[in-house]
Design a protein around this ligand. Structure first.
Ligand SMILES: Cc1cc2nc3c(=O)[nH]c(=O)nc-3n(C[C@H](O)[C@H](O)[C@H](O)COP(=O)(O)OP(=O)(O)OC[C@H]3O[C@@H](n4cnc5c(N)ncnc54)[C@H](O)[C@@H]3O)c2cc1C
Length: 442
């Protein structure tokens, strides 16, 4: 039995993009919400920095956009790739139907701190850092809360609804025994940093050559770099040694020159296993999973954060009414899955296609010649705009739905007396009528 028991209306497990946005949206509607985050702060491994036009549109609808744009960020108006020596523009964000026609590159911790600071302004919001969910509490076939570890202490949090936003290695879906459908992914990514010079190529995210692909994300004075490797070959990369790795990076992106020597230690490199999967069913009575907990996204296209945010918006749109009423029926949870499964499947299908294309790169260790298909496709009129829309806005963008609080009937004393009088007269007439009918029948 837990030493401490706390109660809330909605317990959100995980303070990533999905959890923080959902916490904000529910607290904004006056719903008691607790967000549990196992870490003490938001600083952690690189997990993506891209805030897309669709997310900034949500921030605009919430009246937060101006303040958000005051945080340090880089604007990416188009994204391209260099195949061998040939640069290709891939996606153009300058025409997307949104207020911000660019992708904002911002460290994820800045974005999460921003959401947390704003959510804390609502009295019904609580962010519990250093609280790790260890299992779910269930009773009578319904999830009733979460078991939590805080400083080695057991705490139980009881809630009308638990929302699993605890990412790809989540406890919630395992505890609920929700079935996971895995899509095979042929790549992993090695993440590290390399300093950036002001005259380095702009808006180029990918460099592909010599059987390798290198992602370079502009973080002003440094690049967040990701070397894509064949799945499961991290040990081979290490066995070849750091010199060989530095040589590979220098060959793919020669403009980095001597800067590759900044990689001096394996400790500077983090290997991240790329996954694509999704739950067959995102919910159980009393529990819903969203974001990566329901569908782990690959970094391809940098859309995972935005999909997680869109899930949170849809969840708040569909569940606020029920949470305010104090009971969330299973059909309402199913409605969230129905709404969000389509964009998830579309995005994951495109990501899987991109992985298959990337995997072909590994087959040719020599200098790459851009395939004719790439040249032909990038010449199709409007293709860059279409790709800009697909990445920047995505399938089925969500909008914050304003749900006015339930209307309370306000009556003046005179009107109340009149309604009371009418009610009593109607009851008397109806009783008299039924007495008279019974008497007549007798
Ligand atoms: C290497 C890599 C690079 C990526 N790059 C990008 C990118 O550039 N752009 C992009 O949009 N997407 C990117 N993605 C995908 C993106 O990171 C995810 O899709 C997105 O973060 C999902 O958000 P989320 O809130 O659902 O989950 P997460 O961001 O994973 O957040 C889950 C949170 O839950 C917490 N947590 C976990 N378990 C518990 C527990 N038991 N108790 C309490 N808290 C818990 C975690 O600490 C974490 O804070 C990348 C992914 C990877 C692996």
């Amino acid at each position: 039995m837990a030493a401490e028991i706390q109660e809330t209306t909605c317990c959100v497990v995980g303070g990533g993009p999905a959890g923080m946005m959902l916490g904000y949206l529910l607290a904004r509607r006056g719903i008691e919400v607790m967000v549990l985050e196992k870490h003490q702060d938001f600083f952690r491994d690189f997990r993506g920095d891209t805030v897309h036009p669709s997310t900034m549109e949500v921030l605009k609808e919430l009246g937060l956009l101006e303040e958000f744009l005051r945080l340090p960020h880089q604007k990416v108006t188009s994204a391209g790739v260099v195949l061998g020596d040939t640069p290709f523009e891939v996606a153009d964000f300058r025409h997307v139907p949104a207020t911000c026609r660019f992708v904002a590159l911002m460290p994820q911790w800045d974005f999460l701190n921003f959401l947390a600071d704003h959510a804390k302004r609502f009295a019904s919001f609580r962010l519990l850092m250093g609280h790790e969910a260890t299992w779910l509490v269930s009773d009578g076939g319904r999830i009733r809360g979460v078991s939590v570890q805080r400083d080695g202490q057991d705490v139980q949090i009881r809630a009308k609804l638990v929302v699993g936003c605890d990412g790809r290695h989540c406890v919630t879906r395992n505890a609920a025994d929700l079935e996971l459908i895995e899509s095979g992914v042929p790549i992993d990514v090695l993440w590290f940093r390399i300093s950036r010079k002001p005259d380095d190529p702009a808006n180029v995210l990918g460099n592909v050559n010599y059987g390798k692909a290198l992602i370079l994300i502009d973080r002003s004075d440094y690049f967040q770099a990701g070397l894509i490797i064949k799945k499961g070959t991290w040990d081979e990369v290490k066995a070849r040694g750091l010199d060989a790795l530095r040589g590979d990076i220098g060959k793919i992106a020669p403009f980095l020159g001597e800067r590759v020597s900044e990689l001096r230690d394996w400790e500077q490199i983090k290997v991240l296993t790329v996954q694509i999967n999704r739950l067959r069913r995102w919910h159980r009575p009393g529990l819903l999973c969203i974001g990566d907990a329901a569908h782990a996204m690959s970094p391809a296209g940098g859309v995972g954060i935005n999909l997680a945010i869109q899930d949170a918006v849809a969840t708040a749109n569909l569940l606020t009414r029920h949470l305010l009423a104090g009971h969330v029926p299973d059909e309402a949870l199913a409605a969230v899955q129905r709404r969000r499964e389509f964009p998830t499947r579309v995005t994951q299908t495109i990501q899987s296609g991109a992985h298959r294309a990337l995997a072909r790169v590994f087959e040719n260790p020599g200098p790459i010649r851009p395939p004719w298909q790439m040249k032909a496709v990038t010449r199709i009129p409007g293709i860059h705009r279409a790709l800009g829309y697909a990445v920047g806005i995505g399938a089925r963008p969500e909008h914050v739905r304003e749900q006015p609080p339930p209307r309370k009937l306000k009556l003046s004393p005179l009107a109340a007396a009149a309604y009371f009088g009418i009610g009593v007269t109607a009851a008397a007439v109806s009783c008299g009528w039924s007495w008279w009918m019974r008497r007549k029948a007798a």
